[in-house]
Design a protein around this ligand. Sequence first.
Ligand code: ATP
Length: 229
Amino acid sequence: MLAVDKTDYSLVGIYGGTFDPIHYGHLRIAEEFIDVIDLCKLCFIPSGSPRLRQAPGASKYHRVAMLRAAIQDNVKFILDEREIHRPGESRSVVTLRELRREFAENFALCFLMGVDVFLKFAEWYCWQELFELCHIVIVGRPGYISTMNNIGLPQELAQEVIHRQASHVSELKRASNGLVLTVTTTMLDISATAIRANIANKKSNRYLLPDTVLEYIETNHLYFPKIRI
Ligand code: ATP
């Protein structure tokens, strides 16, 4: 159900991901998300055990430590470790149900995701329920076409989204949940996959991620191929 009413909702951003490791692609869109949507804060929620992808290259402990180091200077960025501590596979719907209960009714939750992730959204556990719990905000990513006009979306997802499309940010403030908005942010062709590959190939990652994170990776020897004896 799309709950449109007269309330002027305060918007809280939710940003889930593996963050293996966190990089400037994540950080820049997070910063722009706050500006464009006028968020009061943005919760980074690292996934403990992602369900639909390979096991991360770094442990939960290391991924959280890198995330903490990367976001500590930004007062609007909040680290939420609940998926790290929850046993079993991470499921966003479980997290969003909890957050919905924790936030007062005048807050609307806005779940940020890149278009690469949204294209597979219909594979998520109880994905339709997420529309009952939050809005979804999609950002572009180099190499992927925009989901604007639902081009490229699987049919099941396109049908669900067609009546939910918001055309302006202000619409998110007038509904508690259920809208989908595509926003334009700076396109940065940075991925954690490429960063891990650079480490494996002894190539530089400088300027792709914060120096604090780079130092953490080096100190803890993360992502280097295991030497077989
Ligand atoms: P990997 O390469 O290991 O798949 P990733 O760089 O895609 O990792 P994730 O932690 O899996 O990073 O992504 C978390 C969220 O951030 C996803 O919604 C993803 O689409 C988005 N995202 C990651 N990098 C970018 C980027 N450069 N531009 C826009 N969105 C991004």
